[in-house]
Ligand binder design. Structure first.
Ligand code: NAD
Length: 264
C-alpha cells in the first residue's frame, strides 16, 4: 500500500527526464498516486508522452502553454473527467525568463521581458490553483506545490529577472494559501538548491553555483530531483496536512549561511 493510494495528481513542467517535475512525478506515482501530465508545445510532446507511459500507459498527457487561458480550461476539463471530478495534488514546476535577462544587469530589464517572466513564472500559479480548487474541494481538499529558488529572497548574481519572478511567486503562495485554506487546500513552495536541468543550465555560470553550494552548504552536497520528489510526496501526504503558505528550503541547509567557508 502506498501512502497516496487512490489519490490523483496533475503535473505541469516535465520537459525531459532531468526535469524537477519528472522527479516529483516518479515519487508521487511510486507512492500510489494516479497522474496526468501537461507539456509545453509540440516539441516536447513525444518526450513527455514516453515518460508518462513509462509509469503507466493509461496516464493522460495534454498540451498546455500556461499563458493560454483556453489551454488551461481544456486541461482541467479533461483531467476532471479522467479523474472522476476530483484532484488531490497540483504540481506547478514551470518558469521562464528570456536568456538575455541572465546575462546583463537586472536594472536593464525590458518591460516586455518583465511581463513575460512574471506571467509564466508567477501568474500561472494563480491561474492553475484557481482552476484546481473546485476539483480539490470535491476531494475534501488538496495540495498545491510549486518550485522556487533562493534568488527570490536574496540577490543571487545573474538570477536577475527570474529572482523577481520567484519573489512574486512566493508571495502568491501565501495569498493563495489564505484564499483557498478554508476549502482545505494547502499551498507551498519548495525552494531547491541548484539542480542540473534544462532551465538550471541556462543560467550562466551554473556549474560554479553548484560547486559553491556543495562547498558551502552545511551538508556539503547538492540536491537532486529524487530529493525533491520525496519532499513533494511528504507535502501531498498526511505529513503535510497542516502546512500551508510555506516556502521550504531543500538545499542542504545552504540558505542559513551568512558567509562562505573561509579559504584556508
Ligand atoms: P525544466 O527546464 O526541466 O522545467 C521548466 C519547465 O517549464 C519546462 O517543462 C518548460 O516546458 C516549462 N515552461 C516554460 N514556459 C512554459 C509555458 N509558457 N507554458 C508551460 N510550460 C512552460 O527545468 P527545472 O529546473 O525542472 O524547472 C522547474 C522549476 O523548478 C522552475 O520553476 C524552476 O525555476 C524551479 N527551480 C529550478 C532549480 C534548478 O536549479 N534547476 C532550482 C530551484 C527551482
Amino acid at each position: 500500500m502506498g501512502q497516496l493510494d487512490g489519490q490523483t495528481g496533475l503535473v505541469f513542467g516535465v520537459a525531459n527526464k532531468r526535469s524537477i517535475a519528472w522527479g516529483i512525478a516518479q515519487a508521487l506515482h511510486d507512492a500510489g498516486m494516479r497522474l496526468a501530465f501537461t507539456y509545453q508545445g509540440e516539441r516536447l510532446k513525444e518526450t513527455v508522452v514516453e515518460l508518462a507511459a513509462s509509469l503507466d500507459p493509461t496516464y493522460l498527457v495534454l498540451p498546455c502553454d500556461v499563458t493560454s487561458d483556453d489551454d488551461i480550461a481544456a486541461v482541467y476539463s479533461a483531467v476532471g473527467e479522467a479523474f472522476g471530478g476530483g484532484l488531490n495534488t497540483l504540481v506547478h514546476s514551470v518558469a521562464f525568463a528570456p536568456k538575455e535577462s541572465f546575462a546583463g544587469l537586472f536594472v536593464d530589464t525590458a518591460r516586455a521581458d518583465f511581463a513575460a517572466a512574471l506571467d509564466i513564472s508567477a501568474y500561472s500559479l494563480v491561474a492553475l490553483a484557481r482552476a484546481a480548487a473546485p476539483l480539490m474541494e470535491a476531494r475534501g481538499g488538496g495540495s498545491v506545490i510549486t518550485m522556487t529558488y533562493l534568488g527570490g529572497e536574496r540577490v543571487v548574481p545573474k538570477y536577475n529577472l527570474m529572482g523577481v519572478a520567484k519573489a512574486a511567486l512566493e508571495s502568491a503562495v501565501t495569498y493563495i494559501a489564505f484564499d483557498l485554506g478554508p476549502r482545505n487546500i494547502r499551498v507551498n513552495a519548495i525552494s531547491a538548491g541548484p539542480v542540473r536541468t534544462l532551465a538550471g543550465r541556462s543560467i550562466p555560470g551554473f556549474p560554479k553555483m553548484e560547486e559553491y553550494v556543495r562547498t558551502n552548504a552545511p551538508l556539503r552536497r547538492n540536491v537532486d530531483i529524487e530529493d525533491i520528489g520525496h519532499l513533494a510526496t511528504f507535502l501531498a501526504g498526511p505529513g503535510g496536512r497542516n502546512i500551508s503558505g510555506e516556502t521550504i528550503h531543500l538545499d542542504g541547509g545552504y540558505h542559513v549561511m551568512g558567509m562562505g567557508v573561509p579559504v584556508e
